[in-house]
Design a protein around this ligand. Structure first.
Ligand SMILES: Cc1cc2nc3c(=O)[nH]c(=O)nc-3n(C[C@H](O)[C@H](O)[C@H](O)COP(=O)(O)OP(=O)(O)OC[C@H]3O[C@@H](n4cnc5c(N)ncnc54)[C@H](O)[C@@H]3O)c2cc1C
Ligand code: SF4
Length: 583
């Protein structure tokens, strides 16, 4: 468990045989719930219900061999553990020496090389500029969490030997957030056991516990809250999101009001749940709110969920599938209120939460309220950067290159993870802002690749979105974008168990599929989505339901009535956009 001091800190070597704990992460976007790992290492991997897998990301020493065996046996190679390799130290030292030599020196401009026969001079010069950058350039990553770590690892895998600096405002090395609302909240593992493994050797400078406060994109410097600056040749923005706080500050300050986004949030909420409050009110029935309610019911705590829509998960999955989630919640003893908002939180005179008022006139007596009203993108530090940033995130192209305020792509600033907003060709080139674990990893890897390769070799971020959630013993998985739909059909299984796949379509094309304890089929749907197959799907299914008529998807389209930009100037040479920052 490491809580580095504020300021600069070098990454300590992570070696199991040197006494550091093993760390692992299961890529649950890949996991198909076969359960071999739970059989081979039952103290580390546990199945909940039919196919929901939970793991202890920091197993004790006695479990390490079993974990390695489970990782080797996983048929989809979804289990990743800290790299254990006798050559690590040497590799690290070589990379470290190269990085140290290059550190704090700007990339030297490459000499224009002699033109080879048949090769255009500009291309050849660009290639050697990239090569020089790969050897001795300076990359800074702001946001030291999932996307930041994935990018750092991938940069080293791509052979980047220059200096790498990760800046993070949290005082911890990267940890995984999905366990916070699952195995941490239900008390199986402590919050400080959710550290992410170091799968690659990533010699880096870590500036933890200090937020970036500004970006000078012309001078290529990141400004930090402690007054220092960090210069870069290329920058990755991976500052993610934070929990949306309760809108009334005085009510938010009541003892008993929580949000859940960080490790500290999880420690505080877990402690309060362990003290067995009389009733927990969860404000918002999205994925996080529903998982919190599930963890409360696992501990036999009374819980009320207040949801503005007609059902839980309705914002992400639509009302038809949301109705199934509502049934699950009620069956597990949740006091579910839909089509209501919480209008006020009230204290007892000693500053402790006592009750909440709902918009339908109901009073809920609760000593804990968890505000689960979604997330706010961490972009404020970029307001004066000249980039296209706002409540929607940081806009970028499909190659992860940030847009400037005029929506022109920048060369040296890249974006990945929850904070990014990017166009996806599968979805009519609409801009997507995804808050999914799998997207953070794959987008970070694409960004990392593109940061160290010439533009002609850039990859587009075309991964089909995938996410999972575990609640009430059911594994919910999604592929595609369910909100990009006008119809939904039950394609396989039965909603009464619930164990099914629902397929989503838009204007006659398959755009998404959502499974409840039926994740094994999602690869198949993913291929059909990527092949733009027609909707409703016309294949014979293994456990085809008797009723297979499409229904309206009933997606709650979020409309924004806020202006976010103005445009000034007359002729094309002087027309410019200016951002309006709300709040
Ligand atoms: C409780 C919970 C449960 C989840 N469960 C699931 C799940 O089951 N399935 C799924 O697919 N996804 C899940 N997610 C979402 C998933 O965790 C995110 O998609 C992922 O964490 C995104 O990674 P990121 O690195 O882009 O952003 P983040 O994890 O948000 O990291 C951004 C980092 O940047 C830091 N930062 C912000 N501003 C600054 C600044 N100015 N200077 C320096 N640092 C800064 C932040 O503090 C943070 O450490 C869950 C998330 C939460 C919170
Ligand atoms: S697919 Fe892999 S990680 Fe998932 S349950 Fe099976 S063995 Fe475990």
């Amino acid at each position: 468990m490491e809580i580095p001091e504020r300021g600069e800190k070098r990454e300590p070597p992570q070696r199991q045989n040197g006494g550091w704990p093993m760390r692992l992460v299961v890529d649950l976007t890949r996991c198909q719930g076969f359960g071999q790992c739970a059989f081979l290492a039952p103290d580390v991997f546990r199945m909940r219900g039919g196919e929901a897998l939970r793991d202890n990301p920091e197993p004790d020493d006695a479990q390490q061999e079993r974990v390695l065996r489970a990782a080797a046996a996983c048929p989809v190679q979804a289990i990743r553990v800290d790299r254990i390799d006798a050559s690590d130290t040497a590799t690290g030292m070589v990379a470290g020496a190269a990085a140290a030599a290059a550190r704090s020196k700007p990339t030297p401009p490459p000499a224009v090389p002699p033109q080879r026969a048949g090769e255009p001079a500009a291309d050849s010069w660009r290639a050697s500029a990239v090569e020089a950058f790969r050897r001795g350039g300076r990359i800074v990553i702001v946001g030291a969490s999932l996307a930041g770590l994935a990018a750092a690892a991938y940069l080293r895998r791509e052979g980047f030997a220059g200096s790498l600096t990760l800046i993070g405002d949290e005082p911890y090395r990267p940890y995984d957030r999905p366990p916070l609302s699952k195995q941490v909240l239900d008390g199986w593992i402590p919050a400080d056991h959710a550290g992410l493994p170091l799968i690659d050797q990533i010699d880096a400078q870590w500036r933890l516990g200090v937020p970036a406060t500004g970006l000078d994109s012309i001078g290529k410097r990141v400004l930090l809250a402690d007054g220092s600056t960090v210069e870069f040749d290329r920058l990755l923005i991976a500052t993610g999101t934070r929990a949306r706080p309760w809108h009334n500050e005085a009510e938010a300050a009541l003892d008993g009001v929580f949000t859940l986004r960080t490790r500290q949030d999880a420690v505080a909420l877990r402690q309060r749940l362990a003290s067995r409050p009389g009733r927990v009110l969860v404000i918002g029935g999205g994925f996080t709110g529903s998982e919190i309610a599930s963890a409360c019911r696992d501990q036999d705590l009374a819980v009320t969920v207040a949801e503005r829509g007609s059902a839980p998960l309705v914002g992400a999955l639509g009302a038809a599938v949301g109705g199934v989630a509502a049934g699950m919640q009620r069956e597990h003893g949740v006091d579910l209120h839909c089509d209501v908002t919480v209008t006020s939180l009230e204290g007892d005179g000693n500053g402790r939460l006592r009750q909440a008022q709902l918009s339908d006139g109901t009073t809920v007596d609760a000593d804990v309220a968890v505000v689960a009203l979604g997330a706010i993108r961490n972009t404020e530090w970029l307001h004066d950067s000249g980039l296209a940033v706002g409540i929607w995130g940081v806009a970028c192209d499909a190659g992860c290159r940030a847009f400037d305020v005029n929506a022109v792509t920048t060369e040296d600033i890249f974006v990945a993870g929850d904070v990014a907003r990017f166009p996806h060709p599968l979805y009519e080139y609409q801009f997507l802002a995804l808050e999914h674990w799998g997207n953070a990893v794959t987008q970070a890897e694409v960004a990392a690749h593109n940061m160290v390769t010439p533009p002609g070799d850039h990859w587009p971020h075309l991964a089909t979105p995938v996410f999972w959630s575990q609640q009430f013993g059911v594994n919910i998985k999604s592929v595609g974008v369910p909100t990009f739909a006008d119809q939904v059909v039950l394609a396989q299984g039965s909603v009464s168990e619930p164990r099914f796949v629902a397929a989503y379509g838009y204007r006659g094309r398959l755009t998404a599929a959502v499974s409840f304890d039926h994740g094994i089929w999602l690869d198949f749907y993913q291929k059909m989505i990527e092949a733009a197959e027609p909707f409703p799907p016309a294949f014979p299914a293994v456990d085809e339901p008797s009723y297979r008529q499409p229904l309206p998807a009933q997606i709650d389209q979020k409309e924004s009535f806020h202006a976010t930009v103005t445009v000034t100037g007359h002729d094309p040479s002087e027309r410019r956009a200016e951002l309006i920052h709300i709040g």
